[in-house]
Design a protein. Structure first.
Length: 110
């Protein structure tokens, strides 16, 4: 499954379903096929995503590069190259920040 986050403030951000659900949780939203981060909710969502990115960066600092997994489990039961939470979350964080600046909500599944 593919989930597309949309905002009138910027380009779409697309994730595989499992990654999108994780991003929703990190923003404090209930994972679902459809959803919205209202303009009023954007500051809290940004703060929560920034906190998750900071924690991920700290976790990464404690590991030696060789300790990082080369692959991770994929949604379909296979595997895919490992991508850090920071790498996955930064495009969404940029979308949230741009949406806040332009006072536009972020939606998915519509």
């Amino acid at each position: 499954m593919i989930v597309t986050f949309k905002s009138a403030a910027c380009a779409d951000v697309i994730y595989f379903g499992d990654v999108a659900k994780r991003m929703m949780e990190l923003m404090g939203k209930e994972p679902g096929e459809k959803g919205i981060v209202t303009v009023e909710q954007l500051p809290a969502a940004i703060a929560q995503l920034r906190a998750a990115i900071a924690a991920d960066k700290e976790r990464h600092r404690r590991h030696v590069l060789d300790d990082e997994p080369g692959t991770e489990a994929a949604e379909n039961g296979g595997s895919r190259p490992h991508v850090s939470l920071t790498q996955r979350a930064l495009p969404l964080l940029a979308m949230l920040e741009e949406s806040l600046a332009e006072k536009k909500p972020v939606v998915w599944g519509v």
